[in-house]
Design a protein around this ligand. Structure first.
Ligand code: PLP
Length: 375
């Protein structure tokens, strides 16, 4: 073994198609983790593959200061599907970079430095995003991180109102926390945070890296809260598995965003794959499917294991089953006995984040398997 850092799973994946992954011997696995929400359109969606391949053959890369159709097309599509007036896009290569840019832009545009984040948050692993991430296990041994970050209880609007002041550059929140345990924002919370930001001229940054792109049943999770942030970050599934992130900004942030850049920003191949992904999400109404399939999955899970678990929660196809004892012990059984791949979220939550193309029969198989491994 010459690689390091990742702890490896005992299944070697050779191929993917739709909601399925296959190992080298051809065993089929139902992918209910989508590798952390990276494949909303399913594995190797033919339209995305075709768009990327076509672009790969014409132009792999040119520096960002030369306009190219693929990048401009993606800018237009992102602005068209963004909530409200988030018309200005910065492109990068990952979620953590999208958040780093959001934090830099907010500090520059406001002239302030303080950032308020929430308990149980996860925003990425580079020095700035990591400073906005709650859990000690991600930060241990890497200090000092970027300064100026404060944490308040997620969901507590009063604590947020008390923390945001005239020195605040930004509030950074997930509209539903993923890594922290599948914690939806309480009703009215995001609207209250929006008001606190408006009162003090701070930028509201919503991290939709896990919640966005149809996953929670609307294109962006903030839509169901009727809140438009000043900056919205997306990544993960945006190019169906090729590395891309985007920081969508309102004009007041974009026009005074300061000096930022990255060599691979808006490369033509990932831009073409991302535009094709947005196309598929729209054309196949994957947000609508996430909403209806999510409702179905929750009611079936409630019926099958509702009595045995603490909670089944989430929205659309971003669901958590909070069990009474370690969720981690269930995952190998799901994988090895039922060929179903899922994820943890913290120690007690089994996280389901399937590709948005899953059908009822796939949900039925998962419900049956979850009931079996818990029994
Ligand atoms: C995954 C994730 C990130 C970090 O994205 P990377 O591409 O791994 O850097 C940030 N925020 C949220 C909410 C995420 O789920």
């Amino acid at each position: 073994m010459t690689g390091f850092v990742f702890s490896e799973k005992p299944i070697r994946i050779a191929r993917g198609a739709g909601p399925h992954l296959y190992d080298e011997s051809g065993t089929e696995y139902l992918d209910f983790g989508a590798s952390y929400a990276v494949t909303p359109t399913g594995h190797c969606h033919p339209d995305v593959v075709a768009a990327a391949t076509d672009q790969l053959e014409r132009l792999m890369y040119v520096q960002g200061s030369y306009p190219v159709d693929a990048r401009d097309d993606l800018y237009d599509r992102l602005a068209a599907c963004a909530p409200g007036d988030l018309d200005y896009t910065w492109l990068c290569n990952s979620g953590t970079e999208a958040n780093e840019a959001a934090l830099k832009f907010a500090r520059h545009a406001t002239g302030d430095s303080k950032v308020v984040a929430a308990t149980q948050s996860f925003h990425g692993r580079t020095m700035g995003s990591l400073a906005a991430t709650w859990k000690g296990k991600y930060k241990q041994g890497f200090e000092p991180l970027a300064g100026g970050f404060e944490f308040v209880e997620y969901g507590d609007a009063e604590a947020m109102a008390a923390a945001v002041d005239d020195d605040t550059a930004a509030v950074l929140l997930e509209p539903m926390q993923g890594e922290g345990g599948i914690n939806p924002a309480p009703d009215g919370y995001l609207a209250a945070v929006r008001e606190a930001c408006d009162d003090h001229g701070a930028a509201l940054i919503l991290d939709e890296i896990q919640t966005g792109l149809g996953r929670t049943g609307t294109m962006w999770a903030c839509e169901s809260h009727d809140v438009v942030p000043d900056v919205l970050t997306t990544a993960k599934g945006l190019a169906s598995g090729l590395p891309v992130g985007a920081t969508l900004c309102r004009e007041w942030v974009a026009e005074d965003a300061g000096n930022h850049g990255s060599t691979f920003s808006g490369g033509p191949v990932v831009s073409a794959a991302a535009a094709a992904t947005l196309d598929v999400i729209e054309r196949e109404d994957l947000a609508g499917r996430a909403a209806s399939m999510g409702d179905y999955l929750v009611s079936e899970l409630d019926a099958a294991v509702g009595e045995d678990v603490r909670d089944v929660r989430g929205e659309g196809l971003m669901l958590g089953v909070e069990v009474r004892r370690g969720a981690n012990r269930l995952l190998p059984k799901l994988a090895m006995n039922h060929q179903i791949l899922a994820l943890p979220a913290g120690r007690t939550v089994l996280r389901l984040l399937p590709p948005l193309v899953v059908e009822r029969e796939h949900c039925d198989a998962v419900v049956e398997a979850v009931a079996e491994v818990m029994g």
